[in-house]
Ligand binder design. Structure first.
Ligand SMILES: Nc1ncnc2c1ncn2[C@@H]1O[C@H](COP(=O)(O)OP(=O)(O)OP(=O)(O)O)[C@@H](O)[C@H]1O
Ligand SMILES: [Mg+2]
Length: 215
């Protein structure tokens, strides 16, 4: 792995720019892999999260009532994500929108993000959105069984997002699972690389770095 990492760093030092997409179901382990990549490349990498690009849903959200389908591609501002990824690829800074999960609002302030040689993009639907997936030099799909994904999500949403276990369960079966089966899982066909979301992260990292380190 250290050899591959050194080869990747050499590519970046020589001016190579790489956009890598990390897709997969909710709870599959995307963010874990994306953050590990960013950590490995430090100042050579930046992270863009699909979650920042939710369209403002505050007018429609009704708690766990299910009026907003956060797992459908139409909930996301993919044209804005596309334009920001194009800018980052050209070495230009962007102003990433901030979505507040408590109020379901896009805030008026934004997060400045400087371009880096490696741009890592994390999101469930980034390989479903054609204009976005076409931008990736490397598209990774993190594979993970449904029961593992559900249990990971349950724990996170209750602990970090103030949701009830019953609400999380309902949302999973009404929206997360159907949207996963309709949009996320089929988008796997567009991945250059599939990694397991349950194997140790070093194994997935080694696979990704091997590909990134090729001439
Ligand atoms: N390879 C792995 N082995 C064991 N546990 C893992 C692995 N990858 C991730 N996890 C754990 O699974 C949980 C979910 O991972 P993560 O947050 O990366 O998923 P995600 O795909 O980003 O989910 P979401 O789309 O909901 O944000 C975390 O608690 C994480 O520590
Ligand atoms: Mg995540």
């Amino acid at each position: 792995m250290t050899d591959s990492l050194a080869r990747c760093r050499a590519h970046f030092a020589n001016g190579r720019r790489v956009l890598i997409g990390v897709a997969g179901g909710s709870g599959s382990g995307k963010t874990t892999l994306a953050q590990e990549l960013v950590r490995a490349f430090a100042d050579d990498a930046c992270l863009v999260m699909q979650d920042s690009f939710y369209i403002d849903q505050s007018a429609r959200f009704d708690g766990d009532g299910g009026s907003v389908n956060f797992d459908h591609p139409s909930s996301l501002d993919f044209p804005l994500l596309e334009s920001q990824l194009k800018a980052l690829r050209e070495g230009k800074p962007v102003e990433v929108p901030i979505y507040d999960f408590a109020t379901h609002k896009r805030l008026t302030r934004t997060d400045p993000l400087a371009a880096r040689p490696l741009v890592v993009v994390d999101g469930t639907l980034i390989l479903d959105a054609a204009n976005v997936r076409d931008l990736f030099d490397v598209a990774v799909f993190v594979e993970c069984e449904e029961d593992v994904r559900f249990n990971r999500r349950l724990e996170r949403d209750v602990r970090e997002r103030g949701r009830t276990p019953d609400g999380v369960h309902k949302q999973f079966h009404r929206q997360v699972k159907p949207m996963h089966d309709a949009f996320v899982e089929p988008s796997k066909q567009h991945a250059h690389l599939r990694v397991s979301g349950t194997e140790p992260i070093d194994v997935s990292m080694a696979t990704v770095l091997e590909l990134l380190g090729r001439p």
